[in-house]
Structures are given as C-alpha cells and as structure tokens.
Design a protein around this ligand. Structure first.
Ligand SMILES: Cc1ncc(C[n+]2csc(CCOP(=O)(O)OP(=O)(O)O)c2C)c(N)n1
Ligand SMILES: [Mg+2]
Length: 817
C-alpha cells in the first residue's frame, strides 16, 4: 500500500507542477493580451504614435518558448511579444517603454526607442562592443519591418550551428555555440510567405540542411488581403509538400497544427525542435486558425474588411478563449478516483485575470512615468532658463509666450522643448547678457544629447571599428615579381583562411572552381567544403547567410558574382545589414564582408557601376572601391581586424593585369576612409576610383604633352570618404576640380562633389566651376564601341580637362573645337 501511496503522491505532485505551468502560461498569455489592448488605447489617445501587437497569436508562442533553449536564436516579426515575454526577455513595462519610444536602452532594451514597438532583440554585445557569451543567453536577432526580410538572416543563423558542429577549425569558439546544438527559430505571417525572400530562404535551408524551425502564424489575412489572394491553395503547408523529406531524400519536416490547441502545440513544438536540434533538419510548422482580435494594427479597423461570419469565428477561436475553456473543462481522474482540476471554479481564473489587469496597468503607468518624467525635467530646466532670460530681454513678452506654451503642454516631447527654446533664442539675437549664454548652451547640449539618442551607432563605435585599423604597407622582394593580379587575391585569401579559422567564403561558383576569376582557385580543396563553398543562385540569401553567420561570431566573406547583380541583395543590405548597429543602439553587430566585382567590362549587365544608388542605400556599411587587386586584398586584411560590415568592389577587368606580388600576404592593410594621391600635379585635381582611375592615369601622360599637369586622387573608400580631407588640400593648390566616374550623371560623382565642395569647404579654393564627368544615363551598350560611347573614354577625359584649362586660360590652352 505504501508503494501505491507514493505513486499517487508523485502523480499528484507532477500534476501540481503541470497545473502551475499551465496557469503560468495562461497568465503570460493574458499579460501579453492586456498589453495589446492597453497598447492600442495608448495610441488612440495619442500617448504613442503607432501600435502593432501580438494579440491572437499568444498560445503557439508559449509552445515555441518551451522548446526554445538557451543559445538558440530567433529571427521573427512583430507578432512575437508573447514569446519574448515567455522566455523572459520582455516585460510589460518594457513593452510600453518601446511603445512610447523611450530613448533609454535600459528602459527599452530592444532598440532604445528607435524602432516602433513589436520589433524585438536581445543584446549580443557588451558595452565595449565585445561579444557576450551567446551560449549562455536567449538570443533574438533584431527585427525589421519589411515583410519576410527576417528570412535571409535566419538562414545564416541556422547555418552557423552546422558549421560549429562540423568544422573542426572553429570548435574553440565555445562562446558562440555548444557543438552546433542551437536552433534558429523563424516566425512569419501567412501573407508574408508570398514574398520571394521566403521561398528563396526555404529552398536554401533545404539544400543546406540547417536547423531552422520556421513557424508560420496563419490568421488568413495580410492586413485586409485574404489568403486567396496570397497563397496558392490558400495553404503554405499544402504547397510546400514537395519539400517534405523522404526516406532517402533530404528535405523538410512539415507540421500543421491549430493555433488554439495548447496541448497539440506543445507536443509538436517539442518534436519539431528535437528534429532540428539533433538531426539538423529544417522544420516548418504551419500554425493555422489564428486570429486578430484588434485587427492588423492601430492604423485601421478590421471590421472594414472582415464579414460578420469571420468576426464571429475569430471570437470563438480566439486562442486565449480556447485555452481558458480548456483550463475550465480539464478533469483528470487519478488511480484512486480523485478528480484533478486546474481550477475549482471560474472564479479562480477571474481572480487571476484581474491580477493581470492590475499588473499591466501598473507596468504601463511606470513606463509612462519613466518616459515622461525625463522629458518633464528637461521642460523644467528650459523654463527656468527662459524665465531668467525673460527678466533681461526687451522681447520678454515673446519669450514668456513660448514658455507658457511649453508649460501648457500636458505630454511634452523633446521636440517641444527644443522648438520653444530655439524660437526664443531668435528674439535675443540683438541682445547681449549672460543669461543668453545659458540658453545657447542649453540648446547646444540638448542637440548634442539628441545626436547620441537618435543618431549614434550608424557605424561601430567600439575600438574595433574599421577606421581604427592602421595602415601596413605591402612589402616586396627586391626582384620585381609581377603576376596576374588574381594570384594576389588567391594567395591573400589563402593567407586569410589560414590566419582566421572563423573565415568562411561562399558564393556562386566560389567553391569548386574558386570563383569565376579564380581568385579562390584551389582553396576549397585546401580548406574544405565548409570554409570555401558554392551556393545556389540567390543573392539576397547569400547576404542573409552572411549576416546570420556574422551575428554568431564567424567571419563570412559573401561573394556576389557581379556588381550588376547586387541589386537583388541591395534590399537586405539596406534594410537589415546597414541598420543593424543603429537599430539596436549598438547591441548587435554583423561584421560581414561582401565581395563583388564590377565597373566596366561588357554590356548592359556586366559593366555596371551604380555606386550612387548603392552608397545612398547602405549608410552603415563601408563601401570600398580599390583600383587594383593589391588594394582590394589590403582592404580584406583591414576589415578582418575590424568589426564592421563592408562591401568591396573589385575591378572586373583587373584580374589579368600584372601587379607585383607582396610578400606580407594577409598582413598588409589599406586604411579605410583615406584617399591616395597617385600622381602629384599643379593644374587641376582629378578625383576618381576603380577601373576608371587607370584610364585617368594614362590620360595624365597625354596631358603632360600639352603642358597640363594634373593631380590624381584615388578615392579608394566611398563610405567613409576622405576622413583626412586630403582632397581640399589638393584643391588649395590646383584651384580646379574634376570628378570622374562611370556611374550615371549625378550618381556617386554628385556625392563626392558634395563631400569636397560642401563638407570640406572646397568651394573656397575654386577658380573654375567644379565639374563631373560620368558615364551616360543609360546602361552600357555591348562591344568596344558600346563601351567607348557609354562610359567616359580617354578622349572624353582629355578633352574635359583641356576644356576646363581653356576656360581658365584661353590664350594658353586653345579650344579644341
Ligand atoms: C515589404 C513590405 N511590404 C508591405 C509591408 C506592409 N505590411 C506590413 S504587415 C503586412 C501584412 C502582413 O501579413 P502577414 O504576413 O499575414 O502577417 P500578420 O500581420 O497577419 O501577422 C503588410 C502588407 C511591409 N511591412 N513590408
Ligand atoms: Mg496574416
């Protein structure tokens, strides 16, 4: 009998644990829901600007959180607040702090108020920019708003596990992985699976067989657009059936489950995670029958596009209501005939719900007070200064008016503070007294503070930032060893793969044949198929792969075969990679190096140089335009010592040209953000870069025959550009400026002009109109003549320079035409 009693006790005990877990889960779901409900109200009453919440998706996220382990990574979207709460990475107070845009990273750890609410992140970096031990924490890569743009990086986050498990050279990196046991968890809305990025990633993950666990939250809608307009057969799991793995064919494991079925969800998530974690097989869970109790976001109401029937169905199938009913109905009879229940009456649940309501109201109030009190303190300081100023000023009536206006605002913003103080200052412009300085200083300090709050961390601010890496010149043997330039690339990559075990290089044709220009020749054979690998033709996810790998401590070099095809990847570079440091207030980084080749070669799609388009879209990524392979190699060497993302554009027509082979391969470094004066001159400064620079160098010799001595500056680094302001020093000498590139008119040349004329104050030194010479506005036509008449030719360059000299001195330089 004693034996039996023990079993029963055990049963009872484990039921008590189970019950506590269920009720705790219910509580988390309710806290999350209450946040959504109050969040919407905060927006509608004007305290917050915009809200997009996770209501209607709570229960599956509880199941996901149970299977999510320390060290795992999430890459998801704006519905995941319940998950973040369930893993303990988001409190109700933090939820509201983000909604109000609290700029303190401690109040809103997701983004210090930079992202609208619903964009989640954890901190991968310490204060000094060094990595935390990612195996000891839950990880969420920082969300972005473009639908499905969380997908490409998910691929890399998952592939990192595979690399850490299978590649011996990185087994020492134990703060990033525990034998590759980490699962990368993706979440996406049903409608967003219509995006190309979704399908591209799903296919690539199937090919790579990486531990992705992908959840599709299916509520049948994408804002107002029903699934029938989004998805063939209105079912993502239906159409992905071909991906299902078979006995002897690798693929996916696919599950389908209703989003309100707590028990089933927990079971499926636990099975799915085991498959992904242990077997490194990608898994997709199609979570159906979800709802949107408050519609899509605070911008509209779903009653506009959902019929009565659907709205009623949503009410009935609300996953929290379903869980509540399940809790109330649950009965378990033990061996002794005792009936076990989660609650004895509905009253118990009602009490819990009331507690939750109170808790969330308090969290909201605390978040608001913390947010507004900071600003109110600034209002108070501003008003004290305005009072003092008003006493002295002739224009006191106006200043008092602004002060009154400021104090009358019940919920002031920093904009109000600065707007009123800056307007007041205008009334003091003809006056001079000590208090005026107080006001000036207050404004200056506030603007300085705002620049930290709103404009810091575009680039790395750690000691590892790329511009801190100092130059190390290439060294040569006494005997000039001239080689095809691609050999320099190859041997330098060889040195880098040897020096940095965490470097992995991949791209189309990068593996077996060692890239289309053989800059990686033989390196796959030497370093294996993981470190130097081929990818499918999928530029966006090649970049995503790189972002994810870089976020987990590897040093990927992702190759985009031609610059012309970078456009496929530009969206993800711009939205994800370029904003990562900024949108996390420096708490995440992805030091990905993107390697590509471009500028003039042949035809409409192999001669592109759309540099203006690129640099305008990727602020936050360094953009480097080396004129030869030694420079390019030197940039890779520099970048690997830093912690920042960069794009390096090699000259497509430069691989077969001869260059001298340095002996300190992998070691010499070209500094970032510095121009090089490649030829000294006195008459005119030519600023150029890339393949065009070689033509300029040749033209310089022809110009000498007509007594024109130009100075040539190689840009080398477009982002950042000429940090030492060497261009303006040259202008001070020559007083004339010509910028030459092969982008469209007004492309990167316009950017360079703005930098030199405006930022460097080059206008002060000009005797002639500053000029640009670019390619035509159209793409480059095919063939020798196509190039000659589309891109700036040697003759174009000669004549343009001659024309500027003629305008400056018509007697000395007679007109050619
Ligand atoms: C690239 C892009 N296009 C459009 C939008 C605007 N938008 C935001 S959410 C959304 C609907 C997404 O629906 P779904 O994926 O089903 O997610 P749900 O909101 O229903 O959970 C749209 C069109 C966007 N954010 N990004
Ligand atoms: Mg949807």
């Amino acid at each position: 009998m004693l034996q039996e009693k023990q079993t029963v006790n055990k049963q009872k005990l484990s039921f008590e644990d189970f019950k506590a877990e269920v009720l705790n889960d219910y509580k988390i779901a309710k806290i999350s829901r209450e946040c959504s409900l109050l969040g919407r109200r905060e927006v509608l009453t004007g305290k917050a600007k915009f809200g997009i919440f996770g209501d209607g998706k709570e229960i599956p996220q509880l199941a996901m959180a149970k299977a999510f382990k320390i060290g795992d990574f999430r890459s998801g979207y704006y519905r995941d607040q319940t998950f973040m709460m369930a893993i303990g990475e988001l409190t109700a107070q933090q939820f509201f702090a983000a909604l109000y845009a609290h700029t303190d990273i401690k109040a809103d750890p997701m983004s210090a108020g930079r992202q609208m609410g619903g964009h989640f992140a954890t901190h991968s970096l310490n204060e000094d920019g060094t990595w935390k031990d990612l195996t000891k924490q839950y990880n969420s890569s920082s969300d972005i708003s473009p639908t499905a743009a969380q997908m490409p990086r998910l691929l890399g986050l998952a592939q990192a596990s595979k690399i850490y498990r299978t590649e011996k050279s990185v087994h020492h990196k134990s703060t990033f992985s525990n034998n590759g046991n980490e699962v990368a968890w993706g979440t996406i809305g049903n409608a967003s699976t219509s995006e190309g990025l979704f399908f591209e990633t799903i296919n690539a993950a199937g090919v790579l067989q990486v531990p992705i666990l992908m959840s599709v939250w299916d509520d049948e809608y994408g804002i107002s657009v029903h699934a029938k307009h989004q998805t063939t057969k209105e079912s993502i799991s239906e159409i992905l059936k071909g991906f299902q793995r078979e006995k002897d064919k690798e693929g996916y494991e696919i599950f389908v489950v209703n989003g309100w079925d707590y028990v089933q969800l927990i079971d499926i998530y636990s099975k799915a995670a085991k498959i992904a974690r242990e077997e490194h097989v990608p898994v997709l869970i199609h979570v159906k029958e979800l709802t949107q109790p408050q519609g899509h976001s605070t911008s509209g109401s779903h009653e506009r596009y959902k019929g009565k029937k659907r709205l009623n169905w949503e009410k009935e199938h609300d996953c929290i209501t379903k869980m509540r009913n399940w809790i109330l109905d649950f009965e378990l009879e033990t061996e002794t005939g005792e009936v076990l229940r989660f609650v004895n009456s509905e009253e118990e649940i009602i009490i819990l719900e009331k507690e939750v309501k109170k808790e969330v109201v308090i969290a909201k109030r605390n978040a608001w007070n913390a947010f507004i009190n900071e600003i109110k303190a600034e209002v108070s300081t501003a008003c004290q200064i305005l009072d003092k100023v008003a006493v002295k000023s002739k224009n006191r009536a106006f200043i008092i008016k602004y002060k009154k206006e400021l104090t009358s605002i019940i919920e002031p913003s920093r904009k109000d503070v600065l707007s009123m103080t800056r307007k007041s200052l205008r009334f003091l412009k003809d006056e001079d007294f000590a208090e005026k300085i107080l006001l000036q200083n207050f404004i200056k300090e506030s603007l300085k503070d705002a620049s930290v709050k709103f404009s810091s961390h575009l680039n790395s601010e750690s000691e590892f930032k790329a511009i801190n890496v100092s130059e190390k010149k290439p060294l040569y043997t006494k005997k000039k060893a001239l080689v095809d330039a691609r050999i320099i690339m190859r041997d330098n990559f060889d040195a880098l793969l040897k020096k940095y075990p965490e470097v992995v290089i991949f791209g189309e044709d990068a593996g077996l044949i060692g890239d289309v220009n053989q800059g990686l020749e033989g390196l796959q054979e030497k370093y294996g198929e993981i470190r130097v690998s081929d990818t499918g033709i999928r530029e966006a996810t090649i970049i995503g792969q790189g972002i994810g790998l870089a976020m987990r401590g590897l040093r990927p070099i992702a190759e985009i075969q031609y610059l012309d095809y970078l456009l496929y990847a530009l969206q993800i570079m711009s939205d994800d990679l370029a904003t990562l440091q900024y949108r996390t207030f420096g708490k995440q980084k992805a030091p990905l190096i993107i390697r590509t080749r471009g500028h003039r070669l042949e035809g409409i799609w192999h001669a592109g140089s759309p540099m203006g388009g690129i640099i305008n879209n990727v602020r936050g990524i360094h953009v480097l335009v080396p004129r030869n392979m030694t420079k390019a190699a030197g940039f890779y060497n520099t970048l690997l010592e830093g912690d920042e993302p960069a794009l390096v554009i090699e000259c497509l027509n430069g691989y077969r040209l001869k260059e001298e082979l340095p002996i300190n391969l992998g070691e010499f470094k070209i500094p970032i953000g510095q121009v090089e004066t490649v030829k000294k001159g006195t008459d005119l400064t030519v600023v150029s870069y890339g393949s065009t620079l070689r033509i300029v160098e040749k033209v310089a010799l022809e110009l000498e025959q007509v007594a024109i001595n130009i100075e040539i500056i190689d840009v080398q680094s477009l982002l950042p550009f000429d940090l030492n302001h060497d261009c303006v020093k040259s202008l001070a000498k020559t007083n004339k400026l010509l910028i030459i590139d092969e982008d469209v008119p007004g492309g990167a040349s316009a950017y360079l002009l703005q930098e030199i004329i405006e930022k460097q104050n080059g206008y002060k030194y000009l005797d002639s109109k500053p000029a640009t010479l670019t390619a035509k506005a159209h793409r480059t036509a095919y063939g020798t003549d196509g190039d000659y008449f589309s891109k700036p030719s040697a003759e174009d360059i000669f004549e343009k320079i001659h024309e500027i000299m003629h305008e400056a001195n018509p007697t000395k330089y007679k007109s050619l035409y």
